[in-house]
Design a protein around this ligand. Structure first.
Ligand SMILES: [Zn+2]
Length: 406
């Protein structure tokens, strides 16, 4: 008998026993007014010349000027790129790159929503490794080290501050490219809930629903592990009860803080287990109709959860997720828990003031085959517990078009 392996059997059919290799890459700093530490933290990287990446809305809210002052007070030289755009494109990253190249920087500080963070990450790839954004589509394509990045989110949504992926849209094809590399993960994420108070209510709603969709999707993906589930469940408990509290009182700093932490934990869940079919279905809606990411994901989510609920393991996983913030109780049976979860998601969408049908967003029935075809080709679809075909996406879109009950 000669075998290198101690155990030669197959893995038990228990997906949370899936193997993982998790290295925390992002130092998380959380607290009210902790953004004031950004100067010292950047200097300690070490760094001396910084590119501050942000967007016009964040400039108007006064956040970028404040961060700039903290950096300069610590003796850092600061150049600003404030033209990050929603759903950043390759054109936007190229514009940022021009500024980065001419300033001789040794670090990035990104302040804003996922768009600013992703623009900085995209620019970091090109500045340090050359080529064009398309070269980094996929995972682990950067061969040289990247510059350190400090991420300061002002929304509670994308979780980009905890991820090694940047979502950049091709300026010509509008296709969203997920460009990832462990080296692209922010070195530090500064989570200061005070910064999220300035979000317009619509941004709070769309990013909040996106964060909740992240935990719902990561909780059932094929790549989920015991570790990613821990982040997903904690993220669900933090976000689901607190988004309605923020709608009631946008200045509720405690609810804002919990929401921001939940979004970051959801980001860590994605980093470890990827996403699912609601994101696959959302991307073509954003590409063709400009529907905001969080809204597109939110509108598709209840239908995807119902679709996935036909898989026994996913059904069980949803029931466990719904039990964490007491939306349901597993002991009442997984089917009941699934119904309760879907009803709760639908009520959250209602509270968020989102249109309840794709038709109300201008989506035409004649486009459904094109949308379905594109959705089925999205990378995230391959991690969904039930692999959806283009035909499956057609019926998901049809239900969403009419705003049927999931
Ligand atoms: Zn998302």
């Amino acid at each position: 008998m000669s075998s290198e392996k101690l155990y030669n059997g197959g893995l038990p059919q228990f997906s949370t026993l899936a193997p993982f290799d998790h290295q925390p890459r992002t130092r998380l700093i959380f607290g009210i007014n902790c953004v004031e530490r950004v100067g010292d933290l950047t200097r300690e990287l070490p760094a001396s010349k910084v590119l501050l990446v942000t967007d016009p809305g964040i400039v108007a809210a006064g956040h970028s000027e404040r961060v700039r002052r903290f950096l300069e007070k610590a003796g850092l030289r600061v150049t600003v790129f404030d033209q990050s755009e929603e759903n950043p494109t390759t054109g936007c990253v190229d514009a940022c790159l021009q500024i980065a190249k001419s300033s001789g920087i040794d670090a990035f500080v990104a302040v804003g929503g996922g768009s600013s963070l992703d623009t900085a990450k995209g620019c970091n790839f090109l500045l340090t490794n050359g080529g064009r954004m398309q070269d980094y589509w996929g995972s682990g394509k950067a061969t040289k080290p990247l510059l350190p990045l400090i991420a300061i989110p002002t929304t509670a949504g994308t979780g980009s501050e905890c991820q090694s992926f940047a979502l950049i849209a091709d300026s010509e094809t509008h296709e969203k490219m997920a460009c990832g590399d462990p080296k692209a993960a922010p070195r530090i994420a500064i989570l200061d809930p005070v910064l999220t108070l300035s979000q317009p209510l619509r941004v709070t709603a769309c990013t909040g629903v996106d964060a909740i969709a992240h935990v719902v999707e990561t909780a059932v993906t094929k790549k989920r592990t015991a570790l990613s589930l821990m982040y997903a469940h904690e993220g669900f408990k933090l976000t689901v009860p607190n988004l309605p509290r923020i709608f009631e009182n946008p200045n509720d700093l405690e609810a804002r803080g919990r929401m921001q932490l939940g979004a970051a934990f959801a980001g860590l869940a994605i980093e470890n287990s990827m996403l699912g079919a609601a994101h696959s279905a959302a991307n073509p809606l954003t590409a063709h109709y400009g529907i905001v990411h969080g809204q597109a994901v939110g509108m598709m989510l209840p239908y995807v959860v119902r679709f996935n609920g036909q898989d026994r393991e996913a059904l069980r996983a949803y029931a466990e997720l719904a039990s964490a913030p007491e939306i349901a109780c597993v002991s009442d049976g997984p089917e009941k828990a699934l119904d309760a979860l879907i009803a709760h998601l639908e009520s959250l969408l209602q509270l968020s003031g989102m249109p309840r049908s794709l038709a109300a967003c201008g989506v035409q029935a004649s486009m459904i085959p094109t949308l379905a075809d594109e959705a089925a080709r999205q990378w995230t679809a391959s991690f969904n517990p039930r692999p959806p075909s283009a035909k499956d996406f057609m019926s998901l879109y049809q239900s969403a078009l009419e705003g049927r009950k999931a």
